[in-house]
Design a protein around this ligand. Structure first.
Ligand code: TNX
Length: 510
């Protein structure tokens, strides 16, 4: 609009920019369509950001300004009334027909301006991640006397391959602080993820305050795998994580794993226990030994309280009820429990998600099955018309070791080196997979073998960056050789973020 006109009337020196190639930039995930025009936008002290008059778009503008400042130490004002600026980055809300999804965006980069068009603030937010990636680390213009960062010109049209692009973090086996999770969220946002699933409870710990059942955290949060101190999020902590994630257009998906994986809950409240043994604190790594008593009313009253309290502080559409590895729950009890709990979840306004075992029950087709191990269960879910999330352990488990030398991780599914994590086709991974029934890929990070942020980063990075591309970039545009080079060039960003990624020899790190 108006700022564009002002900028164009501004007298400016015509600079002969070097020839550039926007399509050769190291963008991850790779955008849908890139059309280079071989010139450049010179980002400098005369640049200002303007946004549509919409609070979501204004927030995106401020976010971009902050990130430019931390990357290249340049202050770019947002929606300033000072007319001394001659170049603009415009973040614009529009209904262009070319934008096919809420998260789609267009970016037009010319000598005078960068215009990012999106239907929603989420789309604009995805767009500014791309822009962050193509701003050079160092001032690289030799023709001006002041510092200038040349952004290659051209047009980008971009949209996600899948609507749900997730990471999961197990904070139950080992607890991770609010600060750790925020750091993870920062990097997930840069690679266009939009969901963080928190595995909040398991045999070893209960990690979220429930006001109506206080012993869950007073007793159930007191330890973790290996006997360390454990920990938990207060509801205020959780709200802060939700807020921080929302600022990055990422939804938090809370998981309370049941009826198995419930030892910590039953240590706090033995009346919930259904395995016939006296519950004791557990700090080992076995699975499948615990269960709620699925025949007691008190258990369903408990679940209702827990789901209500968490749903009240989770604005996202989903609630994950677990359902995996309930090896000591009778089959018929498991079926009854999952059905009842899924109805409780729906009664609190949320769509249930569960691990693929839930497809063996009569759960409604509105529920989502997370395929982790059983292709048979995945097919059951698809036959019922359920949507699925793809987390196949052999390809997408971040807790699998890279190779025999890995310092952390498990091996039960396989080894997953960085190339193997990228080279697979989620679109055809399950037989007869209708694309419309796939929400997207989620990469789980189970934490039996990791107890701090550095160890988390060792397993998550760089593999999770590959999942961002499988999730965002269409199959036809994905290619390992090409990705490999773009991944190598993520090193300066990861270093700046102090992310201790595993420096695999498969990549020629820059
Ligand atoms: C299986 S994946 C589990 C988790 C473990 C993980 C370790 C799933 C739904 N259940 O309880 O942490 O393996 O890789």
């Amino acid at each position: 609009g108006i700022f564009l006109i002002v900028a164009c009337q501004e007298k400016r020196v015509i600079i002969n920019y070097p020839t550039t190639d926007l399509s050769a930039e190291n963008m991850v995930p790779l955008p849908l369509k890139i059309t280079p025009t071989n010139s450049a936008f010179g980002l400098d002290k005369n640049t200002a950001i303007y946004t549509s008059n919409d609070s979501g778009f204004e927030q995106v503008g401020s976010f971009l300004s902050n990130k430019i400042s931390t990357k290249i130490n340049l202050e770019v004002p947002v929606n300033t009334t000072n007319t001394g600026t001659s170049k603009i980055i415009y973040i614009n809300k529009t209904d262009s027909l070319e934008l096919k999804s809420k998260e789609a965006y267009q970016m037009y980069i010319t000598q005078d301006s960068i215009i990012i068009n999106a239907k929603t603030a989420a789309g604009a937010f995805r767009g500014i991640q791309t822009l962050r990636q193509i701003i050079p680390e160092e001032s690289n213009d030799t023709l001006t006397t002041h510092k200038m960062w040349l952004v290659p010109s051209g047009k980008i049209l971009d949209q996600p391959n899948y609507e749900y692009r997730g990471a999961m973090l197990d904070v139950a086996r080992h607890f991770f602080s609010v600060g750790d999770v925020k750091k993870y969220l920062d990097v997930l946002a840069y690679y266009k993820f939009n969901a963080l699933h928190l595995h909040l409870t398991d045999d070893q710990g209960w990690r979220i305050e429930i006001k109506s059942w206080p012993k869950l955290t007073e007793i159930g949060a007191s330890t973790e795998v290996g006997g360390g101190p454990g920990g938990f999020y207060t509801q205020e902590d959780f709200k802060e994580l939700v807020r921080y994630a929302a600022e990055r257009h990422i939804m938090i998906v809370p998981e309370i794993d049941m009826p198995g994986h419930t030892n910590a809950a039953t240590v706090a409240y033995p009346q919930l226990n259904g395995n016939g043994k006296t519950p004791k604190v557990y700090t080992g790594m076995r699975v499948g030994f615990s269960t709620f008593d699925t025949n007691k009313d008190i258990v369903y009253a408990f679940v209702d309280d827990v789901v209500r309290e968490i749903s009240a502080i989770s604005p996202g559409p989903y609630f994950h009820l677990g359902g995996d590895e309930s090896h000591v729950t009778k089959k018929k009890d498991f079926k009854k429990f999952i059905l009842k709990v899924s109805k409780i979840v729906e009664s609190h306004g949320k769509t249930p998600i569960g691990w693929d075992e839930i497809a063996t029950t009569d759960i409604s087709s509105n529920a989502v099955a997370q395929f982790w191990r059983s292709e048979k269960n995945a097919n059951l879910a698809l036959d019922k018309g359920m949507k699925i999330i793809l987390s196949p352990a052999k390809k997408a488990y971040l807790d699998m070791k890279y190779d025999t030398l890995s310092k952390h991780g498990l091996t039960w599914a396989t080894y997953i080196p960085v190339d193997s994590a990228y080279i697979w086709t989620p679109e055809t991974f399950v037989k007869n997979l209708p694309k419309a029934q796939v929400l997207g890929i989620e990469a789980p990070l189970w934490s039996e073998t990791i107890s701090n942020i550095e160890e988390l980063e060792y397993l998550a990075f760089p593999r999770i960056i590959g999942y961002s591309e499988l999730n965002w970039t269409i199959k036809e545009n994905r290619n390992w050789e090409n990705y490999k080079n773009r991944l190598a060039n993520q090193a300066p960003y990861l270093d700046r973020m102090n992310v201790k990624y595993y420096p695999t020899k498969l990549i020629d790190w820059k």
